[in-house]
Design a protein around this ligand. Sequence first.
Ligand code: 4NP
Length: 185
Amino acid sequence: MTPYRVQLVCLGNICRSPMAESVLRRQADEAGLRRRLAVDSAGTGGWHVGDPADRRARAVLSEHGYAVDHAAKQFHPSMFADRDLVVAMDSENLRDLRRLAPDKVTASSVRLLRAFDLDADSLDVPDPYYGGREGFEDVLHTIEAACAGLLDHLRQVIPAGSRATIVSDAPGNGERAHSSGRRGR
Ligand code: 4NP
């Protein structure tokens, strides 16, 4: 049986969504869902394709004991077809993903990560890229709380018999890059 495939999406795929990927994997591992879930991440923009996670994200993750092994990818609309759940880090990512969706049903299936955190005071995971190191620490705690809620959701929706390994190489990762032209660097 195929795994349940979760796609985490931010803007550049070097800060928030790779952090969420590391966190969700570890939480899934601890919850015994490791073999039933495939976790992947991507960015709506393509400027950092192939880059490792931001050094501040790597530092904060490894300080907290999370594994980080990442090469940035751009989200491609074809990914909608082979992911079970697409999760945006903020409302801008959500809007961009909904514009890329092939139909209204798919567009409305895209969720915000923090919508899974019942105690969240905002629906956005703030973009830490232009701030300092403390911002990354705060974002990690925000992501940990939201991923715990997402995992509760996944426990309900993942079929009990499904099995797989957590992979970063979910199908479709080779499809990189339509260019969006923003924030080129
Ligand atoms: P992320 O953060 O979306 O959390 O990966 C950003 C990374 C890069 C840029 C913006 C946000 N950028 O403009 O290059």
